[in-house]
Design a binder for this molecule. Structure first.
Ligand code: NAD
Ligand code: MG
Length: 408
């Protein structure tokens, strides 16, 4: 039995992880849950999974959570109360909970950084969905992983595909642990992208894109922020940086391919020019399950891939003019140091402003570009955690200031 701790249990990744736990009650149990502020769903999850400890990031909701759980206890729907914790320290408690074997990081954005570090410092294995953490803070996260011996298992579908393909390369021991060391024999990666909500739109029409348009993904059902990232293709740009850190390749060795059917989840080319791919229906439960069962495979009753049903797999080069976020991400990755943290924070803030209807869809890449440009002279090549937290904060403020200046 593997004991699971979930950061972000009420989100898309968190709820799918809990579905897996329900499907495999003999394999997994949930010992710790953390959520942002969705109290109703969190209470339902506690009633069903009976964790030992629960955190709510929004501390002001702790008394209400306590009352709701007392009610459940009094009507015997809970055998005992879980330990309740709140705020930033509460998230760290969930991440480093003694009885947990694997921590699933499903918090969105750089808010996941400190809890992820707490999990690593406690020596926990991680199912990493929260890519922003690695992108912003790899210079700190990778050495911490090495020190603690925690294993970083990629839950992002593309990186899971690469990781799965590399299981067939027994000489590439490093790839099994994914700690940023170059993977011997791995020559090239092709990251596949669905093309997001605007795949079939003309570039000219993007100026009219609404929130509704940008948050409707053709193939995957995900949280709002990552769905907008998919529409700008920043998600793929962030994944290029994620792949660079996970598999130790340089940026020329990582390529983006538009694959509208989302059946091939990514491909690796090995030294002898052989290409391996991992295929499946677009369903995040599969890469999450692989993190949970690795190195084993569990029998699932899930819908099996039938290529005669899919009929056609197609591939296109991405349009770099239509999706400027991709090149912004490559450039930030190549600059290294604190630049990916700035790119990530500017993107988080710009997407948040777009979702509040404060800026246009096409302003998202503009805001990011201006912010990265301003950071060039202040770039820190080997940042500490404090440096990363400072530039993250700076970049968010910079986007807000820029917005104020433009609206005057
Ligand atoms: P989501 O918005 O659906 O869920 C986010 C979760 O994090 C929620 O439980 C929320 O309560 C919690 N949260 C938000 N802000 C918080 C804060 N400040 N402190 C503590 N908790 C907070 O997001 P999601 O789509 O599940 O994505 C989660 C992460 O997984 C992201 O980093 C995303 O890039 C990555 N990811 C998601 C998918 C997917 O299919 N959803 C696929 C690949 C990678
Ligand atoms: Mg992905």
């Amino acid at each position: 039995m593997k004991a699971i701790s979930i950061l972000g249990s009420t989100g898309s990744i968190g709820t799918q992880t809990l579905q897996i736990v329900e499907e495999f009650p003999d394999q997994f149990n949930v010992v710790a849950l953390a959520a942002g502020s969705n109290l109703n769903l969190l209470v339902q999850q506690i009633e069903k999974h009976k964790p030992e400890v629960v955190a709510i990031a929004n501390e002001s909701l702790l008394p209400e959570l306590q009352n709701r759980l007392n009610d459940l206890l009094s009507i015997k729907k809970l055998p005992r109360l879980p330990q309740l914790v709140g705020g930033a320290d509460g998230l760290k408690t969930i991440a480093s909970w003694d009885h947990a074997d694997l921590v699933v990081t499903g918090i969105v954005g750089c808010a996941g950084l400190l809890p992820t570090l707490a999990a690593i410092r406690a020596g926990k294995d991680l199912a990493l969905a929260n890519k922003e953490t690695l992108i912003a803070a790899a210079p700190v996260v990778l050495p911490e992983l090495k020190r603690s011996g925690s294993r970083l298992l990629p839950a992002d579908s593309e990186h899971s595909a690469i990781f799965q393909c590399l299981q067939g390369t027994p000489w590439a021991e490093n790839a099994r642990l994914s700690t940023g060391i170059p993977t011997p024999g791995l020559r090239h990666i092709q990251l596949t992208a669905s093309g997001g909500a605007f795949r079939d739109w003309e570039t000219n029409d993007l100026k009219n894109a609404t929130i509704q348009d940008a948050t409707s993904h053709p193939n995957w059902s995900m949280g709002k922020k990552i769905t907008v990232d998919s529409a700008t293709l920043m998600n793929k740009g962030l994944e290029v940086i994620e792949a660079h850190y996970l598999f130790g390749l340089n940026y020329k060795q990582i390529e983006i391919v538009i694959h509208p059917q989302s059946i091939i989840h990514s491909m690796v080319e090995l030294a002898d020019s052989s290409v391996l791919a991992q295929l499946g229906w677009p369903d995040m439960k599969l890469p999450i399950l692989y993190c949970m069962s690795w190195p084993n495979r569990l029998e699932t009753p899930w819908k099996r891939l039938n290529l005669t049903e899919v009929k056609q797999l197609s591939f296109f080069e991405p349009d770099r003019k239509k999706y400027p976020c991709m090149d912004l991400a490559y450039a930030a990755g190549q600059s290294g140091g604190t630049m990916p943290a700035v790119l990530n924070a500017a993107n988080e803030e710009a997407v948040a402003q777009f979702l509040k209807e404060k800026i246009h869809f096409l302003d998202i890449p503009r805001m990011i570009e201006i912010t990265c440009e301003r950071h060039k002279n202040d770039l820190i090549e080997e940042p500490t955690l404090n440096d990363i937290l400072l530039v993250d904060n700076w970049a968010r403020k910079e986007v807000q200031e820029n917005l104020k200046r433009n609206s005057l």
